[in-house]
Ligand binder design. Structure first.
Ligand code: BGC
Length: 947
């Protein structure tokens, strides 16, 4: 049996390297950084003790033992001496001003109150230190966009005052931003700190990685994956962003640097691709060969470290397409390569291949005479070499003699609503200004996929009781199996069960495949899915490795390193019996205020596509799967379920779909998640153009498409989950995520009603369900879940030479992980059936701060229940010890105990149970209270709490 070894120390080292390689140094006057041996450093800002490991929501809910802060990392380094008196001042203030955790999901403040600093405090600190370090922290995340306001995108007055005072007292001031996405940088001009860096959100070892850069152990090599402009209003999408119902993407393909480098160079503070190092590099093309007939160009690039310390450089290749009939941005990234660590004086020769077809543009208006084709217009194109989108120089010319169609497609998912889109207008003096043209529209018929429903059927022989075991053992075809499924099975198989399905690993987002007892009896496995893009989220409290977030990965521009990191988490997923990670987030940084920018990679689709491919590849190496999301247009959180993103077909194909296209075509992507929203009037959950024509027919995707959690799946925008899966499976969105239980689920029942009708429409629906079932079964057959089931049931499969073999799941041995008893406890949870009453003694372990009591419950009834805790405490009557109660990761209430004079006291609240899988968790918020008992008692069938 294959035993994989997951060395926790190496995992940490790799994540730490990603953090260091993701740090983007914007400014470093007079070599303010790095701090050399013995430097005395005063650290300002409460962010020093409140390091944000990631953003909020599903992309950040990883339970960890400990998060390394920046001062902790600095102290560990042994290089600097921290001003301990100042540290104590902060510690005391933080004790009096504890972190405000906000009111739950989507409501945590974007930042924490900052300690005001006085000129005296700064002067005292400056008298005993060589340098100051200021930590600015921000969070943000799902369900709420960042705000262009103090404390969110902008600094608060207290933060501004702090930077001003510290800069007045110290010569050498470094500001580091522990943020999930770019923020306002006007403080740089106002106070001129010597050094400024984005250190992003680096997961649980973030502080160690940041310290490696600050102390010069590693020279920074991160590059911006977004353009940093002077103000939010400067971004071209600004007037067309944030509406809860409709956003016309009028800036079209001019997103980020494509806009700024074409129209507004002077608005840029730091260009896309920019980032300083502690050393210098020379970058030169030593050879360039262009073969237009073969559509390829080859560049040999020599990078030499001309400075005095070791470092890495990122070489960037851009296309400089001229203005043909189809207008184009001044530059557009084609490729990039990162060097290895080069010692001073050392050179590396990089060999870069470019597919000239990547210079083609999508002609959605037919201007070249080739509508709906990728076209290389006749003309001379520049290939630029450079180190950011501004600092580029031409190293090759591509001379296209005749306009050539490189790919013939057909119109798909085009807008039907009239709007004007941005286009460059070149004046007589050669200046380029913003112009507008009417966006080409689709006929509307394309979008009416109901007419395109799958009309055929899967060829299969109807034989009762074919089990999936027969398919795996090759006695029967997969189509036979699918054909033999009952209407109930078909209605169930297109559902995911969650959150917290008892069929898969506790606390995870869902299971799919065998989501009913009937399907399980057919020996179909239940495949487990868990969030997310910054590590494994297990809401029952299981601890996991918290990873650097999406933007950190991307700023490293190091695909191999990202792949390596994801090969580690791949093993961690295996160890937790999780088959699919709901990551990476691949939406485009269209606007700086998108709440989930921290999860996503970049304003550029090539960076996005390459990073996502690295993630998928790393996971697949271990036999587990990524679920790139949210396909597509999820570029803001406000109204993410209601808003219609109106996007030209060209912008869709060249910007918003491009990264997904790259990852699908890489061959490493087998599962994909659609978004909540609407694009061009049609929900992504039911767009035949999106998930059949583009994804499967054009790109060759052969896997499973799932919806986002509790998505809307009907054309009617206000549809409330009652009409079966007709539209969803009609478009080949295969799995609806998520339902609590199949047997009495309204969607499943309504699906069966449609199938009962026996008319043409119901026959088409059944055929579409079968097609979805086949997509699902084809995938589940490849998973570790399948191997686990085969091993458990002891059924053989047949190898390529028709020899019976046993499918054996991979096992993982975790080495060097600090012992965490709780993790083991969560792994072995068994679900308990609950009818009307449940009570459980809690004295089996100490209720100390930070511990969790977890109860995986199979609730038989839905309705109102009383939830009660009994506890005793010797603390004072005024002491407050909160016990937070969660169901499937969502907080449902807090019971705060005071001193009870040592006697048992019972506190309760009413809660709603929707039946089935409830992973209840009680989190102990402080020491000094002894939990004795937990109880749940049925009150009524009411599904509404009486206030
Ligand atoms: C998010 C997804 C996530 C899912 C499951 C949704 O709210 O948009 O990204 O994977 O929940 O937690």
């Amino acid at each position: 049996m294959a035993v994989k070894k997951l060395d926790w120390e190496k995992y940490k080292e790799t994540a730490r390297q990603v953090v260091t390689e993701g740090v983007v140094l914007l400014k470093n006057d007079d070599r303010a950084l790095p701090f050399l041996q013995g430097t005395k450093v005063s650290v300002f800002g409460r962010g020093q003790d409140n390091y944000y490991k990631s953003g909020l929501g599903s992309g950040g809910m990883v339970n960890v033992e400990h998060v390394v802060s920046i001062p902790e990392g600095l102290a560990e380094s042994g290089v600097v001496e921290l001003n301990e008196d100042l540290r104590k001042v902060y510690e005391k203030w933080e004790e009096e001003n504890p972190v405000d955790q906000g009111a739950g999901w989507g409501n945590e403040p974007f930042s924490q109150a900052e300690m005001p600093v006085t000129p005296e405090l700064c002067a005292q600190a400056a008298a005993v230190s060589d340098a100051a370090l200021i930590v600015i922290g921000r969070t943000g995340g799902e369900d709420r966009d960042i705000e262009d306001a103090a404390g969110s995108y902008r600094l608060t007055d207290i933060e501004n005052d702090m930077i001003r005072e510290v800069c007045a007292a110290f010569k050498r001031v470094t500001v580091v931003m522990n943020v999930g996405a770019p923020m306002d940088l006007s403080f740089i001009k106002m106070y001129n700190p010597a050094a400024v860096a984005f250190v992003w959100q680096g997961g649980m070892i973030g502080g160690s990685g940041v310290a490696d850069v600050l102390t010069g152990k590693v020279s920074p090599s991160g590059k911006l994956t977004d353009t940093l402009a002077e103000s939010v209003a400067d971004y071209p999408s600004a007037p067309f962003f944030g509406d809860r119902f409709q956003n016309k993407y009028a800036e079209d393909i001019y997103v980020g640097y494509r806009y700024f480098e074409t129209f507004a160079k002077d608005k840029v503070l730091y260009p896309f691709g920019f980032g300083l190092s502690y050393t210098n590099f020379s970058v030169e093309a030593t050879e360039s060969k262009v073969d237009t007939d073969a559509f390829c160009a080859h560049l040999a690039v020599r990078v030499t470290n001309t400075g005095s310390v070791a470092g890495k450089e990122v070489v960037q290749i851009y296309a400089g397409p001229g203005q043909g009939k189809v207008k184009n941005p001044a530059v557009r990234l084609l490729s990039y390569e990162k060097t290895r660590t080069l010692a001073p004086g050392e050179s590396q020769d990089l060999s870069i291949e470019i597919d000239i077809r990547d210079l083609a543009v999508y002609d959605d208006a037919g201007l070249t005479g080739n509508p709906f084709c990728y076209v290389l217009e006749a003309g001379v194109y520049d290939i630029f070499l450079g180190t950011d989108s501004r600092n580029v120089w031409s190293v090759a010319k591509v001379d296209i003699a005749e306009t050539t169609v490189t790919r013939k497609l057909s119109q798909a998912y085009a807008p039907t609503l009239a709007f004007d889109r941005m286009v460059p207008v070149t004046g007589e003096d050669g200046s380029v200004t913003v112009g507008w043209e009417a966006t080409p529209l689709g006929s509307g018929e394309e979008a009416l996929h109901i007419n395109n429903f799958f009309r055929g059927d899967i060829a299969g022989e109807r034989i009762k009781n074919i089990s999936f075991r027969d398919v795996v053992s090759k006695h029967r075809s997969l189509d036979d199996f699918v054909y033999d499924l009952s209407d109930y099975d078909l209605s169930c198989i297109v559902c995911g069960e969650g959150m917290g399905s008892p069929r898969v690993t506790p606390g995870t987002a869902s299971g799919f495949g065998a989501v009913s007892d009937e399907l399980a009896q057919l020996k179909l496995p239940a495949v487990c899915c868990a969030d997310g893009p910054s590590g494994i989220r297990m809401d029952c409290g299981t601890k996991a490795f918290s990873l650097p977030n999406g933007i950190t990965l991307a700023c490293s521009f190091n695909d191999e390193l990202v792949e390596e990191l994801y090969a580690f988490i791949g093993m961690e997923l295996l160890a937790n019996r999780i088959d699919c990670l709901l990551a990476p987030g691949m939406n485009i940084h269209r606007h700086p205020l998108n709440g989930r920018n921290f999860e996503y990679f970049s304003e550029d689709p090539v960076v996005t596509g390459r990073m996502a491919t690295a993630v998928c590849k790393g996971l697949k190496k271990q036999g587990v799967y990524a679920v790139p999301k949210h396909f597509t247009g999820n570029n803001q959180e406000s109204g993410r379920r209601t808003q219609d993103s109106v996007i030209s077909e060209r912008a869709l194909r060249e910007i918003y779909l491009k990264g997904f296209e790259m990852v699908v075509k890489s061959g490493y992507c087998n599962v994909i998640m659609t978004s909540y929203g609407i694009v061009n009037g049609i929900r992504t959950t039911e767009s035949y153009d999106l998930t059949t024509r583009i994804l499967r027919e054009e790109w060759g995707f052969n896997g499973v498409v799932m919806t986002d959690w509790w998505a809307n799946i009907s054309s009617q925008p206000d549809f409330v989950l009652t009409e079966g899966f007709e539209y969803m499976v009609g478009s080949q969105n295969d799995v609806f995520m998520v339902i609590p239980r199949a047997s009495d689920n309204e969607l499943v029942l309504s699906s069966m009603e449609i199938l009962k009708r026996g008319d043409e429409r119901s026959r088409t629906y059944r055929a579409n369900l079968r097609r979805a079932a086949a997509n699902i079964c084809r995938f589940v057959k490849k998973t570790e879940a399948m191997k686990r089931l085969a091993q458990k049931e002891d059924f053989p499969t047949i190898d390529a030479f028709d020899k019976p073999i046993l499918l054996e799941p991979s096992t993982v041995e975790i080495l060097n992980r600090p012992k965490d008893d709780e993790a083991e406890e969560f792994l072995n949870l068994e679900y308990i059936d609950v009818e009307k009453e449940f009570s459980h003694e809690l004295t089996y372990k100490e209720s100390k701060k930070g511990s969790n009591f977890v109860f995986p419950l199979n609730m038989k009834l839905s309705g109102t229940f009383e939830f009660a805790l009994t506890a005793s405490s010797e603390l004072s009557e005024l002491a407050q010890v909160p016990m937070s109660v969660f169901i499937n990761g969502t907080p449902i209430g807090v019971l705060t105990f005071h001193g009870t004079g040592g006697k048992p006291e019972r506190l309760s609240f009413n809660m709603i149970s929707y039946g089935r899988t409830s992973l209840m968790r009680v989190y102990v918020g402080g020491n000094g209270v002894k939990l004795l008992k937990m109880e749940m008692n049925y009150v009524s069938s009411e599904l509404k709490l009486k206030l």
